[in-house]
Design a protein around this ligand. Structure first.
Ligand code: FEO
Length: 410
């Protein structure tokens, strides 16, 4: 059963985390395999004459959300609801909150958020909606709330709230990650280290299509001086950042820019009957001779790794090796799908070597080359074997790997 956390984060102002650990979910957005689960974080702030709710949980957990919220406040007493982003993992429980609140609370968000809430939950949900302008400040309960839009991080509706007097940044998806960390914040380094790979996987799968906006929006926050001043980052998923709040945005920037880890080569391939695998074994042997330690994902008749996990490996790889069979005059379907998602969501300037094998006609290599050429990736070479790799193929593959590594050392 999902665990519910109701944690006091601050005494002054009185701030609470409401978190549920969704260990039942299998595919985030009905697509991305996350056996590690995810948390939904909402926050409640009690001020003089105001009770402010920041976001909510997914609809499946509306009952649990109301139970948790009611331990802190009668929902009728909520005066403001800040809607940072309307994706239903954060907004799904809002209709129930509004109903119990008697629709008295003022909802605050962007014009996009208003339109989307109305589309999802009907016009009554937005009867009392205030539309903010980028950078607008509002006094609530004696505190200054500054609203900053961060469009396409990852929907057009997205904004963050900054409480000026206390340096609190409510960032919703930005700064979030997959998995169910064992703690609530970044105070334990072991928990942070276990969590960060799931942050990468989250960034690529959820925000990756818009990854240039990660850099742009972080630049915007830097120029406003907010990142320097922030004392706590309170995201809609995963850990709260209060020991070192800047760290999570530095991490987001590094993933957005695809900063590589020295020596990491990502190898992805399918092999129906072992012929592609032979070409890959030669490449792996050559990589090892040069001191590289590849990370390998393979699709065979015995295994099919999660595409979400593969995507999470791309940003910090130095280079990629893709191996594919030709299948019905096209790229093998598994590798075709992985590549489609890589060039869509993890499109970086990294060198790629293409390997493969075919029976009666080689097409996969040419098709992959076309996909690579149309992306930011840098195509190094394509080497395909007709059936099993010959001695001559082996020499070409080893030469291809050396060419790939030369690109890294330029
Ligand atoms: Fe966590 Fe885009 O919703």
């Amino acid at each position: 059963m999902p665990r519910v956390w109701i944690e006091k984060i601050l005494d002054e102002p009185e701030l609470y985390l409401l978190r549920i650990d969704d260990d039942q979910i299998k595919y985030f957005e009905a697509t991305w395999g996350i056996p590690e689960g995810i948390t939904y974080n909402a926050y409640l702030l009690k001020l003089d004459g105001a009770v402010v709710l920041f976001d909510a949980w997914k609809k499946n957990y509306a009952k649990e959300f109301i139970e948790a919220l009611s331990k802190l406040v009668d929902p009728e007493e909520i005066t403001h609801i800040i809607v940072h982003h309307t994706e239903p993992d954060h907004s799904g429980s809002l209709p129930k909150v509004l109903e119990l609140n008697g629709y008295k609370a003022q909802l605050i968000g962007t014009s996009f958020a208003k339109r989307l809430l109305e589309a999802f939950y009907g016009s009554k949900a937005v009867e009392n909606f205030y539309t903010i302008k980028d950078g607008e400040e509002m006094k609530i309960g004696g505190k200054t709330f500054r609203f900053i839009t961060v469009p396409w991080l990852h929907w057009p509706d997205t904004m963050i709230t900054y409480i000026v007097e206390h340096g609190l940044m409510f960032s919703c998806d930005a700064g979030g990650g997959y998995s169910i960390p064992k703690g609530i914040d970044d105070s334990n380094e072991e928990i942070v280290q276990n969590y960060l790979p799931y942050v990468t996987k989250y960034i690529v799968t959820v925000i990756g299509h818009y990854h240039k906006y990660i850099i742009q929006n972080i630049e915007k926050l830097k120029k406003l001086g907010i990142i320097e001043e922030t004392k706590m980052i309170l995201p809609g998923h995963g850990l709260i950042w209060r020991k070192n709040p800047k760290r999570i945005f530095e991490y987001y920037e590094a993933v957005g820019a695809g900063i590589p880890k020295k020596g990491k080569i990502l190898v992805i391939y399918d092999s129906m009957y072992g012929f592609v695998e032979k070409t890959i074994e030669i490449a792996l042997d050559e990589l090892k001779k040069h001191g590289y330690n590849p990370v390998v994902y393979k699709f065979t008749d015995k295994e099919a790794p999660a595409v979400s996990d593969i995507l999470g490996e791309v940003p910090d790889s130095e280079a990629l090796i893709i191996g594919a069979s030709t299948y019905e005059a096209n790229i093998h379907p598994r590798v075709r799908y992985v590549l489609y998602e890589i060039v869509d969501k993890a499109n970086y300037e990294k060198p790629v070597l293409v390997l493969g094998a075919y029976g009666w006609g080689g097409v996969a290599g040419r098709e992959i080359e076309t996909m690579i050429m149309r992306s930011k990736f840098d195509h190094v070479d394509t080497i395909e074997a007709k059936g099993r790799a010959t001695k001559e193929d082996e020499e070409k593959i080893r030469e291809g790997v050396r060419k790939l590594l030369e690109r890294l050392n330029k």
